[in-house]
Write a protein that binds this ligand. Structure first.
Ligand SMILES: O=C(O)CCC(=O)C(=O)O
Length: 315
């Protein structure tokens, strides 16, 4: 497994993450994860079990974590994670953002989750540039027996129909305080908990700032709540431009809503965001195939939808 300790340079970590599709950083923030677990404990105890096979009838889930736990707020903006997102997501956007915050708490007896790609929430075919960089923090030890996340190394580069062979699926074993970082295209899923202890994971995911967030961060953290967060966190959850002309409010930066004293220029973008956008890579959507123009004799003058229905693979 691509396991690294905190002494490894962020460049080396990012290189491994982009090559293998995942990375475990051992012992990244044990103090913070212990605090997060303590702060979330009562809410985890009260959280409902999943009502579908995918959500897991023996798995408790909890969202909207930032307002529940100051330690989670610190984990969201952990410097090593930000440095990885700078290398993985920033090349494809002007701003990256928090996409999702959630606890996945596997009780003994939880079955293995269906393997999947988190990037499939968007209609973009694989392989594709990363849209997401999910981070699974181990709030308790992750073992193969208690349901440590199952990961398929290299699957972010596979043709999308390729299914993993049993020998290609690894269990992300890591002590509490470690982080499993992976990509939108990496096949993964919760493992089966065949032990007699609970497994608690804290999923914090980041996405390109021009995409809709999976968890609605503005409703999870409305202005009266977000006003008390550090500015870095406010911007990361979306109280910022998502790119030039994306996400302004009243023709201005959302920061002015949270910080009445904000005195930047009133604008729908900013020079900084414009400069970052100028450097980002632009992609052609991989699944758009040009439809040939039909011969003149088949055109009726008004009917422009010429693509034969059923021609395209819809999975
Ligand atoms: O619980 C885990 O280890 C992974 C969960 C997951 O991938 C999901 O719920 O989408």
């Amino acid at each position: 497994m691509a396991v690294m300790n905190v002494d490894v340079s962020v460049d080396a970590m990012a290189e491994a993450l982009l090559a293998d599709g995942y990375l475990i950083v051992e012992g990244l923030a044990p103090g913070l994860t212990a605090r997060a677990l303590a702060e979330l404990r009562a809410d985890i105890d009260a959280a409902p079990l999943g009502h579908t096979d995918f959500l897991g009838p023996r798995t408790k889930r909890l969202g909207g974590l930032l307002r529940r736990s100051p330690a989670v707020q610190e984990l969201v903006i952990h410097p090593a994670v930000m440095a990885l997102a700078d290398r993985v997501l920033q090349p494809h956007c002007a701003r990256y953002q928090l996409n999702f915050s959630g606890v996945m708490h596997l009780l003994p007896g939880a079955g293995a989750q269906e393997l999947h790609r988190d990037g499939d929430i968007y209609p973009i075919r694989h392989p594709a540039p990363p849209t997401l960089m999910p981070v699974m923090w181990a709030l308790t030890d992750f073992t193969a027996a208690n349901g440590g996340t199952l990961v398929v190394p290299g699957s972010h580069l596979w043709e999308e129909r390729r299914a993993p062979l049993p020998g290609e699926v690894l269990s992300a074993e890591m002590p509490a305080g470690s982080a499993l970082v992976y990509l939108s295209g990496t096949i993964h899923g919760g493992g089966a908990n065949v032990s007699d202890v609970d497994r608690t994971g804290l999923a914090l995911q980041y996405s390109l700032g021009w995409l809709r967030q999976e968890e609605n961060q503005y409703l999870a953290n409305p202005p009266e709540v977000a006003r008390h967060y550090p500015e870095r966190l406010q911007r990361l959850i979306g109280y910022d431009y998502g790119g030039p002309y994306l996400g302004f409010v009243n023709g201005d930066t959302p920061q002015r809503l949270l910080q009445p004293e904000h005195d930047g220029p009133r604008n729908r973008t900013s020079p900084e965001v414009d400069a970052l956008a100028a450097r980002m890579q632009r992609h052609r959507w991989g699944n758009v195939e040009p439809v040939p123009t039909p011969p003149e004799s088949q055109r009726d003058g008004v009917h422009v939808n010429t693509g034969p229905i059923g021609q395209h693979d819809t999975r």
